[in-house]
Design a protein around this ligand. Structure first.
Ligand SMILES: Nc1nc2c(ncn2[C@@H]2O[C@H](COP(=O)(O)OP(=O)(O)OP(=O)(O)O)[C@@H](O)[C@H]2O)c(=O)[nH]1
Ligand SMILES: [Mg+2]
Length: 335
């Protein structure tokens, strides 16, 4: 800026002399009482009140945690990360909502709810299953595609003084299904690489339907296979295989067939992938029944105990090549 331009200042906030080199009052510079003086703070717009200094605290919306926030919880407390895998509509989000709602009635067995940074998120996914939603039938909002979302609850086990933070990962089922087609889709699944328990859900309602039964049976192993090949289970987590919507199974005339199918599926998973997990167990749950014959949350206590009673996560074993090719031993780098 030249010295001449630098001198073109005016204390009248409406004057733009430094830009247009004209006095806003139309005076010559030597006649203007404001010209040459330091500008003052701009006047508030007519009718507008002077802006009050910001007060108060920015509160977190408390909906869900993204991966970085979840890592913060992992660093600050004893924690368990639970990955929940399953095809579209199999009941993943309802499982989390059902667990949260069960805590509304009091402790679950010897486990007491001690807080959450995602209360609003839990309330959102529970709403459509509650009477307050004025829906005739319990419903769960579809999880949209995108980043994994973590729900968080602090829990206190009987006889312990320290809370344990449970981080429950929720993701759209379509993204898990895509891993079966292209295992590289599993590389970004942070929630599984950090998981203490990988929970695979099998849709009981679809297992009872002759039209979808084979699809349910045949779709699970390719998803687990794709995830395993992408290195998602490198820490050797526990595996829980969970039959969901058991109220629909009990109410179906195909209940015996569906139960036998489920048992065979668990055996197959154990045989094919058992050595990649530190333990394999099956569970039967009803998180959000449409029939009143089964209580909401049935079977979730056993699953919760399994999630919590992980003694420790083993360090990642050396990668095992699936073939003799050097390329097969390469694994994605941990962030
Ligand atoms: N009968 C019955 N229906 C259930 C149960 N749990 C969930 N559902 C229903 O199954 C449907 C899908 O449930 P969600 O929890 O949204 O399934 P999801 O796996 O999260 O689905 P995406 O996020 O879209 O992959 C909803 O209509 C639920 O109401 C259950 O225990 N019994
Ligand atoms: Mg969902």
């Amino acid at each position: 800026m030249s010295a001449a331009a630098a001198e073109m200042i005016c204390s009248n906030p409406d004057c733009r002399v430094s830009v247009d080199k004209k006095c806003v009052e139309g005076l010559s510079f030597d006649k203007c009482q404001f010209y040459g003086k330091q500008p003052t703070a701009p006047r508030p717009a007519e009718g507008a009140e002077a802006a009050a200094p910001a007060t108060g605290l920015d509160l977190d919306p408390g909906v869900t945690l993204h991966a970085v926030q979840a890592s913060g919880v992992l660093r600050s407390a004893r924690s368990r990360v639970i990955g929940i895998i399953g095809a579209y509509d199999c009941g993943k989000t309802s499982l989390l909502a059902g667990l949260y709602d069960l805590f509304q009635e009091g402790p679950i067995g010897g486990v007491t709810f001690a807080g959450s940074s995602t209360l609003h998120g839990f309330e959102q996914i529970c709403h459509d299953s509650r009477v307050a939603s004025k829906r005739g039938v319990a419903h769960s909002p579809r999880t949209s595609r995108g980043e994994v979302a973590f729900y968080h609850m602090d829990l206190l086990q009987d006889g312990e003084t320290d809370v344990i933070s449970l981080l429950l990962a929720d993701r759209s089922g379509e993204e898990y299904e895509e891993v079966a087609d292209d295992m590289s889709n599993g590389h970004s699944m942070f929630e599984l690489r950090r998981a203490d328990t990988v929970t695979v859900l099998i849709d009981g309602r679809r297992l009872c339907d002759p039209k979808s039964r084979h699809d349910v049976i045949n779709s699970v192993a390719p998803i687990v296979q794709g995830l395993q090949e992408s290195g998602a289970f490198a820490r050797r987590p526990q595996l829980a295989v969970v039959l969901t919507k058991n109220d629909a199974v009990i109410g179906s005339d195909k209940a015996a067939v569906a139960t036998a199918d489920f048992d065979r599926l668990v055996e197959t998973m154990d045989r094919r992938f058992g050595d990649r997990f530190s333990a394999v167990r099956k569970f039967v749950t009803t998180a959000s029944p449409t029939e009143m014959t089964v209580k909401r949350g049935d079977g979730l206590q056993d699953l919760l105990y399994y999630w919590l009673n992980v003694v420790s996560s083993e360090p990642a074993p050396p990668p095992r090549a699936d073939s003799d090719r050097v390329f097969a031993a390469l694994r994605p780098r941990e962030e």
